[in-house]
Design a protein around this ligand. Structure first.
Ligand code: FAD
Length: 401
């Protein structure tokens, strides 16, 4: 009875595409389709964050290393232009240390590129993409809104929100993160593999200039990365066991600085933590497919991987870029949810997703292992790679896209 009253109150809204989830990846897809001529709705559970100026002393501890290719994608949609350049740091060099003295170095100079990646805060990037969306006239923001039901018919997908509103679309995109509601609704599933590791993140000021160098130490009990932020700041991502993560979060500020300083061999001198540390659990989720009738998945909804190569969010942006491309180049297909188009998207993304997942899984296990033979091999491997410029170039080219 109640449902009948509500549906009489709200006529069904009609769109070409409904994107569920306005995080970085879902919002980037909406921005990329700004001039597509397609009508879009973006459904986001959280209220829109105000995008005022951030205080120069306030830094988000959730940061991303954005690859040049993904930066290009965000530039094309106009989102990158809304970023405050003073909060973006280029990575000019990368130094990776094994646990047996081995070292691997990559430099932008060697690659003939201005930078290897850009480091920036999650909050700033999210604000910039949302600002681009505000200029779009083909987009309806349904936010904050909660999904209640998703019905798939041969002609369309019909989303019901919990306030009774209904949205019918040719295509629904699930960009709703690692515990994706959309993925569950269409029955795409796989058992996640628990890495038994947490990513502990925090920002620091450091005594010695980082000179645009990103550092990474592979150690038997975890992987520590210190990434350059503007000025004399760095951002830490330390992947460790849940027990060690709890221990790190319980330390005083001084104790945490001392621990990170020791683990990084004092490379950057005295460290001072400037954001409270936070931790997030790491897992691997490999799905058999990332599309279903009238549904496509992108971002964390489509894959979870270890953050050691900084590729999680970049892989998500590559999903959004590929899906936008398939939709923009759909030629004779007037139906943007056509099964053939979705199969094309699924097929084109699989190789990149699986290879990123396999690489990060392999590296994590290669270094998180006490076997002395493996220790010798992994360090010899790092050293050998360091002397093979063509191999380094090949590795970096993959990270550049
Ligand atoms: C606490 C934490 C810290 C992290 N820190 C780092 C880090 O430092 N570096 C790094 O590389 N990666 C980090 N990650 C991983 C990284 O954040 C993700 O890979 C990335 O955010 C994926 O983007 P996404 O847009 O696919 O998903 P999300 O960012 O998860 O966005 C999903 C969006 O969908 C919305 N949503 C969810 N369900 C619904 C629904 N039913 N209806 C409507 N909206 C919905 C959510 O509110 C959210 O806005 C972190 C993850 C977490 C959880």
């Amino acid at each position: 009875m109640m449902a009948a009253i509500i549906s009489a109150k709200y006529p069904t809204m009609e769109f070409d595409i409904v994107i569920i989830g306005g995080g970085l990846v879902g919002a980037s897809l909406a921005a990329a389709l700004g001039h597509s001529g397609l009508s879009l709705a973006l459904v986001e559970g959280r209220p829109l964050q105000p995008t005022g100026e951030t205080s120069p002393d306030d830094w988000d501890s959730r940061i991303y290393a954005i690859s040049p290719g993904c930066r290009g994608f965000l530039e094309q949609s106009g989102a990158w232009g809304f970023l405050d350049a003073s909060r973006v740091a280029p990575v000019e060099e990368m130094r990776v240390f094994g646990d047996g003295g081995a070292e691997l170095e990559f430099s932008a100079y060697q690659m003939g590129a201005p930078e290897l990646a850009c480091i920036l805060e999650s909050r700033e990037l999210q604000g910039a993409i949302w600002q681009a969306l505000r200029q779009q006239d083909n987009l309806e923001l349904l936010c904050p809104a909660k999904c209640a039901a998703l019905e798939i018919t041969p002609e369309a997908a019909v989303l019901t929100l919990d306030d009774g509103r209904k949205a019918r679309a040719k295509l629904v995109v699930g960009a709703d993160g690692r515990d994706s509601w959309v993925r569950n609704q269409v029955g795409i599933s796989a058992a996640p593999v628990d890495y038994r590791q947490h990513g502990v993140v925090a920002n620091f000021t450091v005594e010695r200039a980082h000179r645009g160098i990103a550092y990474q130490w592979f150690q038997p009990d975890g992987i520590l990365a210190l990434l350059p932020l503007p000025g004399n700041r760095v951002s830490m991502v330390w992947s460790v066991s849940p027990e060690k993560s709890a221990e790190l979060l319980a330390l005083t500020r001084g104790e945490l600085c001392a621990r990170v300083s020791v683990a990084s061999n004092g490379t950057l001198g005295t460290m001072n933590v400037i954001t409270p540390p936070a931790a997030f659990p790491l897992r691997l989720l490999v799905l058999p497919q990332i599309s279903a009738p009238r549904v496509a998945l992108i971002g964390d909804a489509a894959h979870n991987m270890h953050p050691l190569a900084g590729q999680g969010v970049n892989t998500g942006f590559r999903d959004a870029r590929q899906l936008a491309q398939v939709l923009l180049e759909r030629g004779g297909f007037s139906d943007c949810g056509d099964a053939q188009l979705l199969r094309r998207y699924d097929r084109k993304r699989k190789e990149d997703i699986y290879s990123m997942q396999a690489t990060t899984y392999g590296l994590k296990h290669l270094f998180n292992n006490d076997d002395p033979l493996l220790k010798t091999l992994r360090n010899a491997g790092l050293n050998a790679t360091n002397h093979l410029v063509p191999l380094k170039k090949m590795l970096m080219q993959h990270a550049f896209i």
